[in-house]
Write a protein that binds this ligand. Structure first.
Ligand code: BTN
Length: 174
């Protein structure tokens, strides 16, 4: 029961983060990546992946959980939809990293979350490339360049939130 609550709670966190946007074209700046990394690293591979699969299922059922209240197959296969596929993969990688005990220390979690973020970008950029037919320079300028600095901050923030959360839990148990 509590596992279902964690999965649904994780998907809700990503849905809320999707509504905090800065309108870049054709891919918006959002807080989803921060939420995805926190959910994956906090819940681990199995529950983290399930939370993001639940998120995608909610969007496909018509709930306005994607960026700017988006939903449905058209959004998933639209210009920013590849990143949504990437979110599932990134949560899985962040969870895999956590399952190895690397979410206890910033020194191991930050590189792990950076790897998850690279994995997130692969389907995002590939889908943008296929849909737009633009050259890779343009795809990079639309889909990666404007976000690299902000997303680096999100990686560090996510690592601070997760390691801080575990420290607080350990302190309470003592
Ligand atoms: O439409 C959606 O719901 C997905 C939006 C994806 C936005 C991507 S995630 C990686 C990069 N960082 C951002 O802040 N925006 C893009």
């Amino acid at each position: 029961m509590w596992k279902a609550a964690l999965v649904l709670g994780g998907s809700l966190l990503v849905a809320i983060a999707a509504q905090i946007t800065v309108p870049f074209f054709p891919v918006p700046m959002t807080l989803q990546m921060l939420a995805v990394l926190v959910v994956g690293a906090a819940l681990g591979f199995r529950l983290g992946s399930l939370a993001l699969l639940a998120y995608v299922a909610e969007g496909l059922m018509g709930l306005p959980v994607f960026s700017k209240g988006g939903a449905g197959l058209a959004h998933l296969f639209g210009p920013s939809g590849g990143y949504i596929t990437g979110f599932v993969l990134a949560a899985a990688v962040a969870g895999w990293v956590a399952d190895r005990g690397w979410s206890q220390r910033l020194l191991t979690l930050i590189p792990g979350l950076a790897l998850a973020s690279i994995v997130l970008y692969i389907p995002g950029l590939l889908q943008l490339k296929v849909l737009s037919g633009a050259d890779w320079g343009q795809v990079w300028a639309w889909g990666a360049g404007p976000f690299l600095l902000g997303d680096s901050v999100k990686i560090v923030l996510a690592a601070l939130i997760v390691t801080g959360g575990w420290s607080a839990l350990r302190a309470r148990k003592r």
